[in-house]
Write a protein of this length. Sequence first.
Length: 118
Amino acid sequence: VQLQASGGGLVQSGGSLTLSCVASGSIFSIIRMGWYRQAPGKQRDLVASISSGGTQTYADSLKGRFAISADNVKNTVYLQMNSLKPEDTAVYYCHFAIYLNDDDYHYWGQGTEVTVSS
């Protein structure tokens, strides 16, 4: 399974970006898809996740500005980011948890960089 993330870039404070991540390979049952981010010198933290049934989870500080969605047919997860702030600057990683042969497997995308200028 491979994940390909895209959509990052440079945006001014207050702007918006949409990230996409598509999974390819032997995908039989997706448990959960999500986005994490890692700012320089900091740990990787959860931004948002969505289960195969559509249940969404957000970091408390991002509720209302970010929205996660998914297309299960296309094995794609999206992250709509609005009202961006300089503190949102980070590398954003997509994550898929997949169920296969009575076990779950975790895959990460390569990361897409988001830079918010003030």
